[in-house]
Design a protein around this ligand. Sequence first.
Ligand SMILES: [Zn+2]
Length: 134
Amino acid sequence: MASVAKEWREIPGRYNLIGSECKNCGKIYFPKRSLCPVCRRQSLGKMADRSICRKGEIYTFTVIYDAPDCNNRLKPYAAAMIRTDDGVMVTGQIADADLNEIKIGMRVRAVLRKLDSDGASGVIHYGFKFVPDE
Ligand SMILES: [Zn+2]
């Protein structure tokens, strides 16, 4: 899986979050969805991949002090809603930031990070987190 992370880092440009766009109503979702919750049946077969800007700013956030224990998950941590530069709302964990310095409006960018690992099988789960973007 290390090669997947390396590959991702080498993708050029700022658009490499892939979400879904409902071709019926135009709403954009991240992560990808197979059905639009607004249009429901009318969106069947009308959900298309959509590149989403990986940079944006914190719209709102909360610090989580207690959560079910998972491998390698640090508590407390900040969970945020991020409004990307193309206006899509994305939720994610904030990484590499001092919890006392996280602010609404802070610039962040999405990075691919190890979320946790399954100790017994050695399976490592990757996903997006957001880090401060200077
Ligand atoms: Zn829709």
